[in-house]
Design a protein around this ligand. Structure first.
Ligand code: SMG
Ligand code: MG
Length: 383
């Protein structure tokens, strides 16, 4: 498949970035989102726009204002982009966006900051080729299956109501957030009310191995998986936990690179992997994680970071690759921001599918005045 596509591809225009705009935005969420580490009412995030050869490309940085999901924040990402990452790309000619991450390799870590720039370069490149991003990444699907992530709710009844609403909207699977003290009861209730519901839980690293019994108590409920129960550094402990559970473990925070994915799979730390391009340094590394998992017979699905339509568009294109065989946390724009920053907004069909955009690049129109209204800081860096 890939070889055929490569033959038809237009000659590559090199990636040449003349200027980069950084923006910090704040947008209120349609509904607050609560996890084991806290509650978000308003999303703060960065946008990166790269320009070159008369085209532009957009990326979104998934880092949050607060260092609770990960060490990176909007402030650290801005600092590292401005001082170290953007200067390494400005005025450089790269043959392909795959060369962006290697060009930034002497800067350690800061994968979310790198990803925003790398993904903007992919959008620029795809627009220059006049092709939708999914074709450049190796996507194979015109529509992707959607799941939904439901935060911790004020009561069990409120949770059941939310889940009923999401099912009615068509989502193919539901994930609920858990933490010690909010695990057995919500799972038991949902199983009682929605016996056939494809259901999973995400702990965002809230447990330790000595709380394994709390997780084993979930084993009888036919969950699709338990996502990231232990600390992101505890790959070995995840392997020990997996050996004690029937339910597959899925790693999210722990998988920061293809190398880490291969190590985790080699020791049996998980049976499923969540891919977020922002977490691993962008699209090229995501494809490498995807391929490593495919080679090991391990399914992947696409995670979400409460993105605006710009980050969501990138996610939808990536999730069209073949080994994204489970529904992702990619939900409709209207669940997050109203209005979203892009047109058309992303919608989910009654059977839980989302169309992959077919226009060049990320394939959506960025609505300039909505971006401007949400912008708190802006900076242009030129070659
Ligand atoms: O984008 O719908 C979304 C959120 C999906 O649950 C989600 N993301 O750990 O997977 C995860 C969380 C991280 C973000 S929490 C603010
Ligand atoms: Mg997660």
């Amino acid at each position: 498949m890939r070889a055929v596509r490569a033959c038809r591809r237009a000659p590559h225009t090199p990636v040449h970035i003349d200027s980069v705009d950084l923006r910090r935005l704040r947008l209120p969420l349609v509904r607050p989102f609560e996890t084991s580490f806290g509650r978000t009412d308003e999303r703060e995030f960065l946008l990166v726009r790269v320009r070159g050869e008369g085209e532009e490309g957009w990326g979104e940085c998934v880092a949050d204002e607060l260092p609770y999901y990960s060490a990176e924040t909007t402030a650290t990402a801005w600092h590292v982009l401005e001082r170290y990452l953007v200067p390494r790309l400005l005025g450089r000619r790269l043959a392909h966006p795959r060369e962006v991450l290697p060009a930034l390799a002497d800067v350690r870590g800061h994968r979310m900051a790198k990803a925003a720039l790398e993904m903007a370069a992919w959008d620029l490149h795809a627009r220059q080729q006049g092709r939708p991003l999914w074709r450049e990444l190796g996507g194979v699907r015109a529509a992707i299956p959607c799941g939904v992530s439901v935060g911790i709710q004020p009561s069990l009844e409120a949770l059941a109501d939310r889940v009923a609403e999401e099912r009615a909207a068509g989502y193919q699977r539901v994930k609920i957030k858990i933490k010690p003290g909010w695990d057995r009861a919500p799972v038991a209730l949902l199983r009682e009310r929605f016996a056939e519901l494809p259901l999973m839980v995400d702990a965002n690293a809230a447990y330790t191995l000595d709380q394994a019994d709390d997780l084993r108590a979930l084993d009888g409920h036919g969950l699709l998986m338990i996502e990231q129960p232990l600390d992101e550094e505890d790959i070995g402990e995840h392997a020990a936990l997996q050996a004690r559970l029937k339910t597959p473990l899925c790693l999210d925070e722990s998988i920061v690179s293809a190398r880490r994915a291969r190590e985790a799979l080699a020791i049996g730390a998980c049976r499923i992997v969540n891919i977020k391009p922002g977490r691993v340094g962008g699209h090229a590394e995501s494809v490498a994680v995807h391929d490593a998992c495919a080679g090991a017979g391990v399914p992947v699905w696409h995670g979400g970071m409460l993105e605006s339509g710009i980050g969501r568009a990138h996610n939808v294109h990536l999730a069209s690759l073949p080994n994204f065989s489970l529904p992702g946390d990619i939900a409709a724009s209207r669940r997050y921001f109203e209005p979203d920053l892009v047109e058309p907004p992303f919608v989910v069909s009654p059977d839980g599918l989302m169309q992959v955009p077919q226009e060049p690049g990320i394939g959506v129109t960025i609505v300039a005045d909505r971006v401007a209204r949400a912008t708190r800081d802006a900076l242009t860096l030129d070659a």
